[in-house]
Design a protein around this ligand. Structure first.
Ligand SMILES: [Cu+2]
Length: 499
């Protein structure tokens, strides 16, 4: 063997050793952090979740299938009004500490909830009515009640300026005047939003009206909500926000639907309407059916789409919603079909009956589509950064600074630009309080068909420019921010004042 050959073989061996070492180094922490989500080594030691740099960010913790036994999907109870008059409904919502059993065996998890241990009731808000909600804070820390997606004055909006001290209560007045849709409510206090949501605070708001659309609308039967969230549990089954927190968005390996793991639902009709809410702190969720078949999206954040859209995959970023219809008419009785997020099934539907529903839901979409016509931007906003260094227009949130002033009744087009950083950047779900908007353009092109409806949150990918158009009907101070809750907390938020 000549020297050249020896050198080649030698270098080959060295490369293999280095390669093996790199492989081990790359995958060992991954395996250590993945695995099965039901009982759960404590995978957080060593600070792997903190400051994960450019390493995939939201992908730091992968979703994993859970081997928890199946359980029935909890359906949040509709909240009974304390009182109803011809013009008004009166509700009471209290925030309280609780305990919830996520796991078949083992411990209770310490949680937060609205009128209960976890999540909250479904609050019906009939269009045209005034709704008074007595909000009570039974925690030992400040909170607020933010009505996400409602078009209401800034003073009722429940942003960081409407903090409620421990033991205090406050009545809000909500005049409901917008399209029927699936909205939600959650806390929004300075510095504690992400943790309070993570521990369980999220509830449903259904704006309703009397229009007969033919769409499935029997709550809990052929029309069900699905608040989908990812969570990471400690070895003793707790949600420990301080340890699990990630400055670029806290993510988990376990999917919960309406607060439960591996849920099942019996379908007794041909068509099931599912109102999806991505209630995660930070994770984008790609929804699909386990049989690969298409489903039909009929609504966006704030109301029905102009036209129903057939999709095999639907991505929702944190706080985005979508109503979808799933067709069970081709399934045999007893057949299962699972809804999955990022390929991980989390709710299994079983065809139990094939009852034909009344009405023809396609008639809900007979109106002419609203033109999402492009027009010149009135303002340009730039989202930038990651971790603690997230900014909008180079600034971090200051509660004493108004960033944008607009006139009541004015209509504006905002261009939202997500400027890439050296690592490429990440998608920011951009949310504006107190309005519903239309997406006019994505990078100069019309939005996809399933975004042609009312929106209050829009995903903006790295490098992308999205134009949205909105009319400011209500006065007051409103937030606009990234709905990755940790980015919001880190200052990726501005204030808009409408006079
Ligand atoms: Cu963000």
């Amino acid at each position: 063997m000549n020297r050249v050959m020896k050198w080649v073989i030698g270098m080959g061996i060295v490369s293999i050793v280095i390669g093996l070492f790199l492989l081990l180094f790359t995958f060992a922490p991954g395996n250590w952090m993945m695995g099965n989500s039901s009982f759960m080594g404590d995978r957080n030691d060593g600070g792997m979740m903190h400051g994960n740099g450019g390493m995939g960010r939201e992908g730091t913790v992968e979703l994993a299938a859970s081997n928890e036994p199946n359980q029935r999907l909890p359906i949040p109870e509709p909240l009974r009004p304390d009182r109803v008059t011809d013009e008004a409904l009166y509700y009471t919502v209290r925030i309280e500490r609780g305990e919830h059993r996520f796991f078949n065996q083992g411990v209770s998890t310490e949680t937060l909830g609205y009128n209960g241990n976890l999540l909250g009731p479904m609050i019906e808000l009939p269009a045209g009515k005034t709704v008074y909600i007595n909000t009570i804070n039974q925690l030992d820390e400040p909170t607020s009640f933010h009505w996400h997606g409602l078009v209401i004055p800034g003073a009722e909006d429940g942003g960081p300026h409407q903090s409620i001290a421990p033991g205090e209560q406050r009545q809000v007045r909500l005049d409901i005047d917008q399209e029927p849709g699936t909205l939600w409510f959650h806390p929004h206090p300075m510095g504690a939003t992400a943790e309070q949501v993570y521990l369980g605070l999220a509830g449903l708001l259904y704006v309703t009206d009397q229009t007969e659309t033919g769409l499935p609308n029997e709550y809990g039967v052929d029309d069900i909500p699905l608040i989908v969230q990812d969570r990471l549990f400690t070895a003793d089954g707790q949600l420990d926000y301080d340890r699990q927190m990630n400055i670029d968005g806290t993510v988990g390996d376990t999917l919960i639907a309406n607060g439960a793991i591996n849920t099942t639902f019996d379908v007794t009709t041909n068509t099931l309407r599912v109102r999806l809410v991505n209630g995660s702190n930070a994770r984008n969720l790609d929804f699909s059916l386990s049989n690969g078949e298409a489903f039909t999206q009929i609504a966006t954040d704030g109301g029905l789409l102009d036209r129903p859209v057939s999709l095999e995959t639907l991505t929702l970023t944190p706080s985005e919603r979508a109503d979808i219809l799933i067709d069970f008419s081709d399934l045999s009785l007893g057949d299962d079909l699972a809804l999955q997020a990022d390929g991980i099934p989390f709710t299994t539907f079983t065809a139990r009956d094939h009852i034909e529903q009344d009405g023809d839901w396609t008639e809900a979409f007979t109106e002419a589509p609203v033109a999402n016509e492009s027009s010149e931007a009135d303002r340009r906003l730039t989202l930038f950064g990651m971790g603690n260094m997230v900014t909008i227009d180079g600034k971090q949130f200051d509660p004493d600074r108004i960033d944008i002033n607009v006139r009541q009744g004015s209509t504006e087009v905002w261009e939202i630009y997500n400027r890439e950083d050296m690592m490429g950047g990440m998608t920011h779900p951009f949310h504006v309080h107190g309005v519903q908007f239309r997406i006019l353009e994505r990078d100069g092109k019309p939005p996809p068909d399933n975004e042609r409806g009312w929106k209050d949150t829009v995903a903006v990918a790295p490098g992308e420019k999205v134009n949205i158009e909105m009319t400011f009907r209500e006065t007051g101070t409103f937030m606009y921010h990234c709905h990755i809750l940790e980015h919001e907390e880190n200052g990726m938020m501005g204030q808009l004042k409408v006079d």
